[in-house]
Write a protein that binds this ligand. Structure first.
Ligand SMILES: Cc1ncc(COP(=O)(O)O)c(C=O)c1O
Length: 365
């Protein structure tokens, strides 16, 4: 047997530690996980009710076209239903895009560090990956433009960017889109869209009319609090959606996920409340950083990347032993930082208390 050469040595996705694992390993009971940018307030109660109603229908395949969800999302965004493609998480939409556009002898341009699944799926398709280093944690759009050539098929902009939380503003984005050759698909990954509150964070759906080579990715995993159900989507021109649909699995979103997403979308008051609390949580982390002279990236997401000036793994381990799971920057391309998801007020206070103690113990202040 001979596996594709590019799969040899390609590490599978390494998930962060689970709460159960930490409970077992450290004998702790009160664990908080602030590692995967999940919504600490869960999801709308309406989503849970919608899920219960699906439980009598488990023997039936889901609607492969996700008709009801499609209608809801289209109306919510003001786009045509035929401009949407749904995925088993936006992860799967990334995979579909790579399957549809990339092959050996093509290349794809992205920032580094950024969300790792763009690279991972591009490597599997045998495409060349052109990674353009972030500058001060932000996309270097000029250098990304310069990396594009005839063989470029897809450019990825993670906006806001994971793991830095930084964003490309409206002016920068439109100037970039003006200059990207029309044969290149520009993917704007807006997984954290709902959390972005900056006045100049771009509203990109109206741009789809102007730029036919644009695709936007959104998800129900973050602010909507439905990460377990795996539902995300792409928004693009009807032509792009029609062209990539054959690369989608037939029943890729479950009935439960579709029903929960429909109900969650109707509860915008829940989203507004979570976004407001998240904003306050970010301020709490910023204050902590400023009081202790720590560098951080101002974030338009529900996480913050903080540089402690020591190995990220060391900070990660210190917190882990105290029942707090965060994400070490070592695995994210920021070896002296950790990425912390903004939690509830109580959770944030507990993390900050532990970090304050750590700074004292390690004589970092
Ligand atoms: C930038 C970004 N894009 C996409 C995803 C994937 O989200 P999902 O597959 O749950 O929709 C994530 C998850 O962490 C992310 O941070």
């Amino acid at each position: 047997m001979e596996i594709k050469a590019q799969l040899r040595g390609l590490p599978p996705y390494q998930p962060g530690k689970s709460v159960e694992e930490v409970k077992r390993q450290y004998g702790l009971t009160d664990i908080i996980k602030l590692a995967s940018n999940e919504n600490p307030y869960g999801c709308s109660p309406a989503a849970k009710e919608a899920i219960m109603k699906q439980l009598d229908r488990l023997a039936i395949y889901p609607d492969g076209y996700a008709r009801l969800l499609r209608e809801k999302v289209a109306a919510h965004l003001g786009v045509k239903e035929t401009q949407l493609i749904f995925g088993n998480g936006s992860d799967e939409v990334v995979q579909i895009i790579c399957r549809a556009f990339l092959s050996p002898n093509t290349n794809t341009v992205m920032a580094a560090p950024t969300f790792p699944q763009y690279r991972h799926n591009a490597v599997i398709e045998g495409a060349e990956v052109r990674e353009i280093p972030l500058v001060d944690g932000r996309h270097d759009l000029e250098a990304m433009l310069n990396a594009i050539d005839e063989q470029t098929r897809v450019v990825w902009i993670c906006n806001p960017n994971n793991p830095t939380g930084t964003y490309v503003n409206e002016r920068e984005l439109t100037s970039f889109l003006e200059r990207v050759p029309r044969h290149v698909l520009v993917v704007l990954d807006e997984a954290y869209y709902e959390y972005a509150t900056a006045d100049d964070y771009p509203q990109t759906v109206p741009l789809l009319r102007q730029y036919e080579n644009l695709m936007i990715l959104r998800t129900f995993s973050k602010a909507y609090g439905l990460a377990a159900l795996r539902v995300g989507y792409g928004i693009a021109s009807e032509t792009i959606v029609r062209d990539i649909e054959p690369a989608r699995e037939p029943f890729n979103t479950s009935s439960i996920a579709q029903a929960a997403a429909v109900a969650a979308l109707d509860d915008q008051a829940f989203i507004r409340d979570c976004v407001e609390k998240n904003k306050q949580g970010l301020q709490t982390f910023y204050r902590f950083c400023e009081e202790n002279g720590l560098r951080y990236y101002p974030s338009q997401t529900n996480f913050v990347l903080i540089d402690f000036g020591i190995e990220g793994n060391e900070v990660f381990q210190y917190l882990l032993e105290r029942g707090i799971i965060v994400r070490s920057g070592n695995a994210l391309g920021f070896p002296t930082a950790v990425r912390i998801t903004v939690g509830t007020r109580e959770q944030n206070e507990r993390v900050i208390a532990a970090l304050t103690q750590m700074l004292k113990e390690k004589q970092l202040v």
